[in-house]
Each structure stands twice: as structure tokens, then as C-alpha cells.
Design a binder for this molecule. Structure first.
Ligand SMILES: [Zn+2]
Ligand SMILES: [Zn+2]
Length: 272
């Protein structure tokens, strides 16, 4: 069994806990028996251009990760990544960031639809069923653009909007979205893009991973092989929280391997 975490935040993320220094995260990873982590602080590209998110201090984050990589060599494999939000909305700025960063791993994500606030801010309690489904349909369309973006290696939290809907007591039946999810997966498989299993929702007790079992089974059925695993922890105490449940989920779906990225290349690890 290989324990790793390919999605975590430090204090270089605008929403990272103050105690989440790179050093503290590395120590927590070692204490939990992880062999490998990838630091993926937020760069929501709209933050750089529109100011709707805090700007990303790429150089400072990279210096801290490189220092840690040298310091913990032989004890923990530390990869330099980024969670790049909405690259397709400002392609020039996103390309410049990727070019300047020299990342091991670029985790593409969609936190907000074009011209719409982050899914976190939407009011699901009052939303009609129709609007809820429209939002998710639009999210799937924009995720196709995220996975097409040059330099992106994996797609984060496919069902991100459903986390907040679930927290507001709203359940979204994905049946009508399966054709769009199939189209997205076909695009990812053709491009070799990995699917992230984000288990922050398992840790939060919501009872499902992002994405959950039926969608993971669809990925497998369509020939999807590359999977990354991410806790999406924003503080050291949450690191790898829910990992055992996530691994059990993958095994139940028939997966035997996961990947991590180093130097932009996938490395395969057994989870048997
Ligand atoms: Zn995210
Ligand atoms: Zn994240």
C-alpha cells in the first residue's frame, strides 16, 4: 500500500490555516506515514486578473517547498504543485503562471463558473431544482475547458458544487448529467488527464467522495486508469483524514493503482 496525498494547502493559500506552514505539513505527513505529498496551493486565476480571490505568491511558496524538499530528502517525497482554478477563463495569465512555475503537478479545478461567484457563495437552500441542475451542467461544460488547458495534469473534485449543495441539505441526482460526464471523461482519457478522488467530503462526514462510487465506476468502465488522491486539507491536522475510506472506495470500484506526478510525469503506485 502506498500512502500519498496529491492535494493539500498551506498558508500560501488564501484559505489555508495560519499554522499550515510547509514544514508543519511535512511533519504531519511523516507522522501519518505518508511517503509522498504534493503541495497544491490555490492559484485561482481570477484572483490574479479580477481580484476576486487573493493573489498567489508563487515564488515564496516555491522557495518554501524547495527548502522542505531538501530538508526532508529520504524521509518524504515532496512535489511542487498548484491547484490552478479556472485557467480557461484567463488563458494568458494561466499560461504565464504555468510557464513561470515549473510545477511537478498542475491540478486543474473549477471553483466558479465564468462570471458567477465561487460555488461556495451560492445559496443552495433557495435554489430551484432546475437552476441547481443548470449550474452543474455548466460546471461540467467548463471542466471540459479546464482539462483541455495545456499543462493541466489532473481534474480536481469533479462534483465540487455538490459538496455545498449537500451541506445545504440538497441532493442532486446525477442521472441526467451522465452523458456530459461521459463526454468529459472521453476528453480526459484521450488527453491522459488524471481524475482526482477528493476525499475532503468523507472527512467532513458527508458520506461521499468527489466524485463518488457510481462515477468512479463509470471512469473505470470507460477505460480511465489515472487516478490521483487528495485530502484537500487546509490545515496539518486534516492531512490524509479520510484516506483509508478513500482507498477502500477505490478498491471496491476495482482500481489497483493510483498516480502521483513528478516533473509533469505520472508515477504509478499500487494500492493493493
Ligand atoms: Zn478546489
Ligand atoms: Zn484545494
Amino acid at each position: 500500500m502506498y500512502y500519498c496525498d496529491s492535494h493539500l494547502h498551506t498558508h500560501f493559500s488564501f484559505d489555508g490555516a495560519p499554522e499550515a506552514t510547509v514544514d508543519a505539513v511535512c511533519l504531519a505527513a511523516i507522522a501519518r506515514g505518508l511517503s509522498e505529498i504534493t503541495v497544491t496551493d490555490h492559484c485561482d486565476i481570477n484572483g490574479e486578473v479580477e481580484g476576486i480571490y487573493a493573489p498567489y505568491r508563487m515564488e515564496a511558496a516555491r522557495d518554501a517547498v524547495m527548502d522542505a524538499r531538501a530538508h526532508y530528502a529520504g524521509r518524504l517525497q515532496i512535489n511542487w504543485g498548484v491547484e490552478l482554478g479556472q485557467p480557461h477563463q484567463y488563458p494568458e495569465a494561466a499560461k504565464a503562471l504555468i510557464d513561470a512555475g515549473g510545477f511537478d503537478f498542475v491540478l486543474g479545478s473549477l471553483h466558479n463558473l465564468t462570471g458567477v461567484p465561487d460555488f461556495w457563495f451560492l445559496r443552495y437552500e433557495e435554489m430551484s431544482e432546475v437552476l441547481l441542475h443548470q449550474l452543474f451542467a455548466r460546471a461540467l461544460q467548463e471542466m471540459v475547458e479546464v482539462v483541455r488547458f495545456p499543462g493541466v495534469h489532473a481534474l480536481a473534485h469533479l462534483t465540487y458544487p455538490l459538496r455545498y449543495a449537500a451541506m445545504a441539505g440538497r441532493k442532486v441526482d446525477l442521472a441526467e448529467h451522465i452523458p456530459a460526464i461521459r463526454a468529459l471523461f472521453a476528453e480526459m482519457i484521450a488527453r491522459g488527464i488524471a481524475l482526482e478522488v477528493n476525499y475532503s467530503t468523507l472527512r467532513a462526514g458527508l458520506g461521499f467522495a468527489m466524485p463518488d462510487e457510481p462515477i468512479l465506476r463509470l471512469w473505470r468502465e470507460m477505460g480511465g486508469e489515472r487516478i490521483t488522491l487528495g485530502s484537500d486539507a487546509h490545515r496539518p491536522a486534516d492531512l490524509a483524514g479520510g484516506l483509508d475510506e478513500a482507498l477502500a472506495l477505490l478498491q471496491r470500484c476495482g482500481f489497483h493503482q493510483i498516480v502521483t506526478y513528478r516533473g509533469g510525469q505520472p508515477y504509478v503506485h499500487s494500492i493493493d
